[in-house]
Write a protein that binds this ligand. Structure first.
Ligand code: FE2
Length: 425
């Protein structure tokens, strides 16, 4: 007898009427119309069954701290960093852990079961690092949490920056981070990319660097990152996050840059919700969007994913852990409004993001983990349009969260009779 059988599901690749069989936490079979005895049988009623959502770029040490100690009035990246700097001396490990666990609850309810979070290593006490290492352990049964050693104040800009980052790695942080555009000079930024990539190569670790998070058309750190990835044989293990300056770069230069990024096997993460509000703040009008060149990178063969980046923290006062909201903003900002473009934005918060995190067992194929979400939508396009209700969320065959199907009942003056409807077609 199967542990779980989901029937009459639509899959992201467009197949309909599919049954998904689960045994011992893994998908054993995907067949049209399969009927077999199971401990639990779920009629998907034609709705979309998707691999769970993946957020490849987040800041869990700062999440849910909005307003502490004050609100970022200008809304800029730099004031956000300043507010975070004011909050850091007041941080307590227990408060960081409580907020992070609360956010992880939100994430599960939204079908978000893998998150890569950056953790600030600038404080020599590594308080936030220890707190998130504990969170990682506590949520392990239901969320794959990866930690990036992130030198928020610059690895060369502050005394002891590199040493703090190395000590964070020694304590079990998974990935080498960086912030070259925040170092004091372009030359220091370039040097930091080289040093951090060499550190990662020496320790056999991946790299995920905040890269060119500015409107500066001459910021070139993604070029250096791609070059170093090739030089050090780190292909497939390196990610450039944000890369917002690419929005403002000269078109000829970008035509030379994109093939280098593709050849280097560097993934790129855009953070649409955050990029659209933090960038362009020094513009009058026209005001730049500030998101990296998503469709052009995808067309060049680069793996592009979307991250949430922030939820209710010094940089962003909105958000709820909903990666469909991220994809929704991404397709608007990138003008990816074709059916193919919208589906690519769904991939950016599922399969592409899983590739960034190098998740094993991810996907809807026999042999993959039975970690998926049933959405109240007929396909990926409708899922993004509606930021669809998560009907059921499973991790390795275990039900973690469920919601009742949403519908509205109307009684309208001048329209006889009442009607009940769902916004899913
Ligand atoms: Fe970030």
């Amino acid at each position: 007898m199967l542990d779980l059988l989901v029937t009459n599901a639509t899959l992201p690749d467009g197949r309909t009427g599919m049954s998904v069989a689960v045994q011992a936490g893994r998908i054993t079979e995907i067949t049209a119309g399969l009927a077999a005895p199971a401990q639990e049988t779920v009629d998907a009623a034609g709705y979309l069954l998707s691999p769970h959502f993946v957020d490849p770029h987040f800041h869990m040490d700062a999440t849910l701290s909005y307003g502490l100690p004050r609100v970022n009035e200008s809304g800029t990246l730099l004031e956000g960093i300043a507010v975070w700097g004011e909050l850091k001396p007041m941080l307590k490990a227990e408060a960081i852990i409580d907020r992070a666990l609360t956010y992880c609850d939100w994430a599960v309810a939204k079908g978000l079961l893998a998150i890569r979070t950056h953790v600030d290593t600038s404080d020599p006490s590594l308080l936030a690092v220890d707190a998130l290492l504990e969170v990682k352990e506590r949520v392990a049964p239901y969320i794959d949490l990866q930690l990036v050693a992130f030198p928020q104040d610059g690895v060369l800009r502050i005394k002891g920056g590199m040493d703090n980052l190395k000590r964070a790695l020694d304590r079990g942080v998974d990935i080498v981070g960086g912030i070259p555009h925040f170092e004091r000079t372009m030359a220091d930024g370039t040097a930091s990319v080289g040093l951090l990539c060499e550190l990662a190569a020496g320790r056999g670790l991946p790299v995920d660097m905040h890269c060119d998070e500015s409107d500066d058309p001459l910021s070139r750190h993604i070029e250096t990152l791609a070059f170093e990835a090739k030089r050090l044989g780190l292909q497939g293990r390196v990610t450039g996050s944000h890369c917002t300056s690419m929005h403002s770069m000269d078109n000829y230069y970008v035509s030379k840059l994109l093939p280098l990024v593709a050849e280097s096997g560097v993934s790129v993460i855009a953070n649409p919700l955050i990029n659209i509000i933090l960038q362009g703040r020094h513009d009058t009008y026209p005001r730049r969007r500030g998101m990296t060149r998503v469709p052009e990178l995808m067309a060049a063969g680069v793996n592009v994913a979307f991250g949430h980046d922030c939820v209710m923290d010094p940089w962003y006062g909105m958000g709820s852990g909903d990666m469909l909201e991220v994809a929704h903003m991404g397709l608007h900002v990138a003008q990816m409004t074709s059916q193919k473009g919208i589906r690519a934005c769904f991939d950016a918060v599922t399969v592409n993001a899983a590739k960034v995190m190098r998740l094993t067992g991810y996907g809807l194929e026999p042999g993959c983990d039975a970690s998926f979400v049933l959405l109240q939508a007929r396909d990926a396009v409708e899922a993004i349009r509606l930021r669809a209700n998560r009907l059921r969320v499973y991790k390795r065959g275990q039900l973690l969260a469920q919601s009742a199907a949403a519908s509205s009942a109307l009684s309208l003056p001048g329209r006889p009779g009442s009607t009940s409807f769902s916004t899913s077609l």
